[in-house]
Design a protein around this ligand. Structure first.
Ligand code: TYD
Ligand code: MG
Length: 464
């Protein structure tokens, strides 16, 4: 029998070394190397294929050909179906990641309950909560009459045996993959090897039995699904459940989807009756804004194919510190530094001497460069103490030279804005749009800008 080999695996990035080191050479993380057993041989838990010494000839197909699109199972929670690319596909594996307590178990319980109510056979396996805890939650959500089958187990072998025995199963939830334990592997649950092995076996089961499987994954402090990024490659769809725990809004975001568009989002609101759908998020994110305050700008953003208006708030205050404070919530720190540098270098605003706070209202996180102009406008507005006219939205990317660049999907942004009662847009010149954008008798008025200095003049007037 071959001697068992020990390997050392980085728990942050999954890279393997053959001796223990204090810092991972691949991802530079400290103290992340853990000794594990070499698991490069098949685990033998699922149905193994017969060993063949000689390869068999596989049939090759033409790229051209007719295939019917895969049928979708609809949960009737529209925001959930949308994030999943328009419903669940049989035989697909979906990883759903998010901070602890953000609502992963809640949304999945709600989804399977709805699916089960539509005569789709579902099983929910919890490795974190007992049956009675799950039942209690279901009762609170008023879902306790739904024919969902529950299991509380962490042993992978038992779970696979149970699932294999069930007939006609269509959707399975594993909550969470970090608690699952394969007894063929010598490492502790939650380690890279365990997580990878369990996920592999469960995905193999899903493909073999044509079952849609959800794997819940915890997220580490820096926002990665804990353990290996390899999980993301193994599954068909990766969803992140995001949100600020101080706010009630939650966003289910597709970051990878082999069966649908990525960057699709579903918006929910956490209430005492579980997660409620929010079908008009823009109205919600700019909902309780008071008009005439300086430092507030409305950004007409896009989340995937969906326009979404958000309020960006800035506070610029003289600093008493040697190194002024910069605090950002919901946007990228580096990007803010760039906007400040451009405003200083191209327009001489002297923001270097001020403390700057930037906040995206509602707990939303924006990654689009198109928000540059709204951020710059909020900063200028706060510095000059001049409010941006009410009923105005902004979008546009700012280059290092101070130029304002056009962004994608101008038309969709403008249409959403006018629908919500905004009648003026500060936007990049040369933007492509239909020029006649109106709703409820109001016509949109465009102010096209090509240089950031023009934005400073427009917002601050003679105040700077
Ligand atoms: P949960 O789904 O257990 O989070 P995760 O599985 O991502 O760790 O969410 C639990 C949180 O949601 C908890 O802080 C309580 C809150 N919650 C509500 O506010 N209302 C509800 O109806 C439910 C079920 C949970
Ligand atoms: Mg949970």
């Amino acid at each position: 029998m071959a001697k068992e080999r020990k390997i050392f695996v980085c728990q942050a990035c999954g890279s393997i070394t053959n001796k223990w080191v204090g810092q991972c050479e691949a991802c530079q993380e400290w103290n992340s190397i853990v000794e594990e057993q070499d698991n490069s041989h098949p685990t033998g838990l699922g149905k193994s294929t017969s060993s063949r010494n000689k390869g068999q000839i596989i049939a090759l197909d033409d790229l051209r050909g007719e295939d019917t699109p895969p049928p979708r199972m609809i949960s009737t929670i529209n925001e959930f179906d949308r994030a999943c690319g328009g419903g669940l596909v049989s035989g697909s594996a979906i990883l759903i990641g998010g901070d602890p307590g953000i609502g992963k178990s809640t949304i999945l319980l709600q989804a399977v309950a709805k699916l089960a109510a539509n005569n789709i056979k579902t099983v929910y396996i919890s490795g974190e909560e007992s049956i009675s805890q799950v039942r209690m939650r279901a009762k609170r959500l008023d879902l306790d009459k739904s024919p969902v089958k529950l299991g509380a187990e962490t042993n992978l072998r038992d779970i696979l045996a149970t699932l294999d025995k069930e007939t006609g199963l269509q959707v399975v939830v594993i909550d969470s993959i970090q608690t699952m334990y394969a007894d063929t592997v010598d490492s502790a649950p939650g380690t890279v090897t365990q997580v990878r092995t369990c996920a592999q076996e469960l995905i193999r089961y899903a493909k073999r039995k044509n079952v849609c499987i959800f794997l819940v994954g915890h997220v580490t402090k820096d926002g990665q699904i804990a353990g290996p990024r390899v999980l993301e490659h193994m599954v068909d769809t990766v969803l992140y459940f995001e949100g600020d725990r101080g706010h009630q809004f939650r966003i289910l975001r597709a970051v990878k989807n082999r069966f649908g568009g990525t960057d699709e989002i579903g918006v929910f609101e956490m209430s005492d009756l579980g997660l409620q759908e929010v079908s008009n998020p823009s109205a919600l994110f700019i909902g309780n804004r008071s008009g005439d305050v300086s430092g507030s700008a409305i950004f007409a953003g896009m989340e995937g194919s969906r326009p979404m208006l958000v309020e960006i708030q800035a506070l610029v205050a003289p600093s008493s510190l040697g190194q002024p404070r910069r605090a950002v919530v919901g946007w990228d720190n580096g990007r803010l530094a760039m906007i400040i540098a451009v405003l200083d270098a191209r327009c001489g605003l002297g923001l270097g001497a001020y403390d700057i706070y930037l906040n995206v209202a509602g707990g939303l996180r924006i990654t689009e460069p198109a928000a540059d102009m709204a951020v710059a406008a909020a900063l200028i507005s706060s510095l000059s103490n001049r409010p941006i006219p009410e009923e105005t939205i902004l979008f546009g990317e700012i280059s290092l030279s101070g130029e304002i660049r056009p962004v994608s999907q101008t038309e969709a942004r403008l249409k959403e804005s006018v629908k919500l009662g905004f009648i003026q847009a500060y936007m990049p010149s040369k933007s492509k749009h239909g020029h006649k954008i109106s709703a409820q008798g109001k016509k949109m008025h465009f102010i096209e800008l090509d240089q950031i200095s023009k934005l400073v003049d427009l917002v601050a007037g003679d105040a700077l």
